[in-house]
Design a protein around this ligand. Structure first.
Ligand SMILES: Cc1cc2nc3c(=O)[nH]c(=O)nc-3n(C[C@H](O)[C@H](O)[C@H](O)COP(=O)(O)OP(=O)(O)OC[C@H]3O[C@@H](n4cnc5c(N)ncnc54)[C@H](O)[C@@H]3O)c2cc1C
Ligand SMILES: NC(=O)c1ccc[n+]([C@@H]2O[C@H](COP(=O)([O-])OP(=O)(O)OC[C@H]3O[C@@H](n4cnc5c(N)ncnc54)[C@H](OP(=O)(O)O)[C@@H]3O)[C@@H](O)[C@H]2O)c1
Length: 384
């Protein structure tokens, strides 16, 4: 017989996410770091849901209230004006805080600026022509809604027409860096907090700074996002994990999970970051796992500690014979997480080079081999 607790449907859904509580927000970087990468722990007690290692979590942020206030002032409003937003009737202030994307512009916002600007905004009008799309993107890099309000103070807006020109605020995804088997009722994240300067102003990434600066004591709406980035079913299968930067997140979760279940499979982690002294995330944990023999191999690449860049794919290539032995003779699964634009492509090229040179394959055979690894779910990527 099921107990009432297990029979009840989970109370939380994607449309009604769980209000998690922040319990830990600590820096993973030491003095001298150029990055602000942080470790977060959220309490999920009573959420009635579950996640697997390899999953990500959807997080719904709110906007920076200081930026909300500035926008209200710059459009000549008070904040208590009623508006109809994507989530129903509310005030202008609440809508800008919770419902709308108030940093990046939309094309309807830019078109309105170009139509209503006193001087006609000639540069913007020119860049809005379809054939100038790429130039417009370059121009908009580092430009936010507030920059156009500053540049065109004479444009008059009603609260409703202003919000109608904005896009809906979207949630963000984060790789889960913990296992429920090691941390029941918790989820951990490894997040690079986005701060940058443009046009003389400090800018803040919406969700990463929500978690880093504004999430203390407020509910953090979260909902798990299932993934195909899964540990091998057989706990004896060796795994090779390539996760530079915050790409290490799911591998911390994999290792916690395998440790908690006593999995006997060998574990090899490639981690890379800028400087060893200030960017070795989870150093104590990984070094302990290595000393215990649980982390069979740990290879590190520090990109800014020497004149020549050292990246994870360089470490991979230096260990070509051993990697090929793990994959070809021992059936290892090969995982990659992090930046899709450059890192994942370079790591893919390194894997192909190893298959070709160590496996003595032609280019066609190498491609077939990599496709087979993917089809057999032995080469998995969580990159974007
Ligand atoms: C499946 C998945 C998993 C992910 N996992 C993680 C993870 O584990 N850890 C993690 O940190 N992130 C992760 N991300 C990325 C994360 O979802 C967010 O995109 C990231 O945190 C930025 O969101 P934000 O709201 O803080 O910034 P946003 O408000 O979205 O701002 C980012 C934008 O700011 C602009 N920008 C940034 N830097 C500059 C600059 N120097 N000059 C001008 N403009 C700039 C760019 O337009 C950029 O797109 C993951 C993404 C996906 C899809
Ligand atoms: N699940 C996911 O899809 C996921 C998870 C986490 C992060 N991300 C995204 O991945 C990106 C990077 O994240 P991050 O800020 O944590 O990393 P990062 O600190 O920018 O980079 C980590 C390391 O990778 C190096 N690197 C740069 N180019 C490389 C290349 N071509 N090959 C191998 N290594 C390279 C960097 O070196 P230098 O900077 O010195 O060149 C640095 O040492 C971000 O866009 C982040 O949002 C995605």
């Amino acid at each position: 017989m099921t107990t009432p607790a297990t029979a009840a449907a989970p109370p939380h859904t994607r449309a009604n996410p769980f209000p998690a509580k922040l319990i830990t927000n600590r820096s993973l970087c030491g003095e001298g770091s150029e990055k602000d990468t942080r470790h977060f722990e959220l309490n999920l007690k009573g959420w009635g849901l579950s996640y697997e290692v390899g999953d990500s979590m959807t997080v719904w942020p709110t906007n920076d209230p200081a930026l909300v206030d500035e926008i209200i002032t710059r459009i000549g409003a008070r904040g208590d004006e009623p508006v109809k937003g994507p989530n129903g009737e509310t005030t202008l202030r609440e809508a800008l805080f919770r419902d709308y994307r108030i940093t990046q512009t939309t094309s309807k916002f830019l078109k309105t600026i170009s139509q209503r600007a006193v001087n006609g905004a000639p540069l913007l009008s020119e860049l809005l022509k379809p054939e100038r799309k790429q130039d417009l993107d370059t121009y908009l890099w580092g430009m936010e809604v507030v920059d156009f309000l500053i540049e065109h103070p004479s444009i008059k807006w009603t609260a409703q027409e202003f919000v109608d020109l904005l896009a809906k605020l979207m949630p963000r995804l984060y790789s889960i860096s913990s296992s429920l088997k090691a941390h029941p009722d918790q989820v951990h994240f490894t997040i690079d907090v986005v701060h940058y300067e443009s046009r003389g102003r400090m800018r803040k990434g919406v969700c990463s700074t929500f978690l880093a600066e504004r999430a203390n004591g407020v509910p953090i709406p979260v909902f798990p996002n299932s993934s195909k980035f899964r540990l091998p079913e057989d706990a004896n299968t060796p795994i090779i994990m390539v996760g530079p930067g915050t790409g290490v997140a799911p591998f911390r979760a994999f290792l916690q999970d395998r440790q908690a279940t006593g999995a006997k499979g060998k574990n090899w982690l490639f981690f890379g970051s800028q400087h060893r002294h200030c960017n070795y995330f989870y150093e104590a944990e990984f070094e302990q796992m290595k000393r215990d023999g649980f982390l069979t191999r740990l290879d590190l690449a520090w990109s800014r500690d020497a004149a020549a860049k050292s990246y994870v794919q360089h470490r991979i290539l230096q260990n070509a014979a051993e990697i090929w032995k793990w994959i070809d003779s021992e059936g290892a699964h090969f995982f990659v997480c992090g930046d899709a634009r450059r890192m994942a492509k370079d790591v893919d090229a390194a894997l192909r080079k190893i298959a070709q040179e160590q496996g003595g394959k032609t280019e066609d055979e190498t491609n077939q081999c990599v496709e087979k690894l993917k089809a057999d779910k032995r080469y998995k990527r969580d990159v974007y």
